[in-house]
Design a protein around this ligand. Structure first.
Ligand code: HEC
Ligand code: HEC
Ligand code: HEC
Ligand code: HEC
Length: 258
């Protein structure tokens, strides 16, 4: 009995080990690399259980994007640096951190194919800033996004679906007073503003926001000072002072807080 179990165990182990790898390897005989790290599909995705190339290559990550599990890889490092500097996390969750006013990018790397992800960064959705990243920079960012997704603890805060039918609900004071120069996404009111002379202000009060260097972190007090007199904070600020009634300021602060 024990000896039969042993044989069964042996078969299970060998099938489990050889079977999935072999399907990729049956064609890629010359490209058996990083074997100690595990299966081809760990880094390249795709489907290991078929010998049909079109199916095997579905959602495949080619070599450019397959560095995300390679320890201390400089592409991942550079990608993370770009993500920090661009403050992607003030809108997106990346790894275990970030806000949830736009898609959780851990989920996006699992659900969207690599072309869609590239496009989303290259030609951003209207309320995502246009960063004008080079092709290479996008490759680094994507390696970093896959790396973060892989090591994230899987918690998903869910994200707020944006409401575009806000028009019916009437005007918003941010639209009116700030919106000709700024955009922002508010959880409650959705996308606001249409200008791009000033920065996109989504997530202004959260620590993920990357503020101008004269300000450590934006809060209600600082924002009031700034609106009244930007040059009191930043010497050559291009934003003009804006005269607002107390209830208008309150409304704008509420929009940033909700
Ligand atoms: C039926 C044969 C076949 C199978 C099965 C197969 N491949 Fe390929 N693969 C090829 C051929 C041929 C090419 C080169 C032609 C091309 O670039 O489309 C290729 C190209 C690739 C590339 C480079 C793609 C690029 O855009 O440069 C990667 C990465 C790759 N395969 C990974 C895999 C992985 C991982 C698996 C298993 C999940 C797999 N392949 C299964 C035949 C196969
Ligand atoms: C630990 C991650 C990792 C694993 C596991 C892995 N690869 Fe790769 N693969 C890479 C990286 C990184 C590159 C690009 C640099 C290089 O060639 O080493 C690459 C490049 C390739 C290429 C060349 C395609 C191109 O676009 O340059 C093919 C084909 C490929 N791998 C197939 C496979 C197959 C088949 C397996 C399974 C036996 C496998 N890889 C396992 C990370 C991995
Ligand atoms: C001001 C908010 C904001 C910032 C900052 C931002 N994004 Fe986005 N992003 C969006 C919105 C809005 C969408 C489209 C709607 C959605 O996904 O919720 C989007 C979509 C995406 C998508 C497509 C997601 C999918 O599942 O379709 C990717 C990928 C992405 N962003 C990457 C980035 C990266 C990388 C950065 C930083 C370099 C970044 N975003 C910064 C708001 C933002
Ligand atoms: C006429 C265009 C204009 C209007 C209107 C405007 N801003 Fe600005 N804002 C700018 C510009 C340009 C900057 C970039 C910083 C500078 O002035 O050098 C800026 C910067 C900011 C910053 C700093 C963000 C950062 O990167 O740290 C905040 C906060 C801000 N604006 C809030 C507001 C609010 C709130 C309103 C509405 C009450 C508003 N702005 C209206 C043009 C404008």
């Amino acid at each position: 009995m024990a000896y039969k179990l042993l044989i069964l165990l042996f078969i299970l182990l060998s099938v489990g080990h050889i079977y999935p790898e072999e399907m990729c390897v049956s064609c890629h005989i010359n490209k058996i690399h990083y074997k100690s790290k595990g299966l081809c599909t760990l880094c390249h995705l795709g489907n290991a259980y078929t010998t049909r190339m079109d199916l095997a290559h579905k959602n495949i990550l080619n070599g450019d994007y397959a560095y995300f599990l390679i320890k201390d890889n400089w592409k991942v490092f550079k990608g993370n640096d770009l993500i920090e500097k661009a403050a992607c996390r003030r809108c997106h969750t990346v790894g275990n951190e970030g806000n949830n006013i736009a898609a959780n990018l851990n989920e996006s790397t699992r659900e969207k194919d690599i072309k869609m992800l590239n496009d989303a960064i290259k030609n951003p959705f209207l309320f995502m800033p246009q960063y004008n990243f080079s092709k290479k920079q996008i490759v680094y960012i994507l390696n970093a996004l896959f790396n973060n997704a892989f090591y994230s603890n899987g918690s998903n805060k869910g994200y707020t679906i944006l409401h575009f039918n806000r028009g019916i609900k009437g005007k918003n004071i941010f639209d009116e007073k700030c919106g000709m120069c700024h955009k922002m996404i508010s959880k409650k009111s959705g996308p606001l503003g249409s200008g791009s002379r000033g920065p996109n202000l989504s997530g202004l009060f959260t620590y993920e926001f990357n503020p101008i260097k004269e300000v450590k972190k934006w809060n209600e007090k600082k924002l009031r000072e700034w609106i009244k007199n930007p040059r009191g904070i930043k010497k050559n600020a291009l934003m003009p002072p804006i005269i607002l009634k107390e209830e208008e300021i309150k409304e704008i602060i509420k929009t940033f807080n909700e």
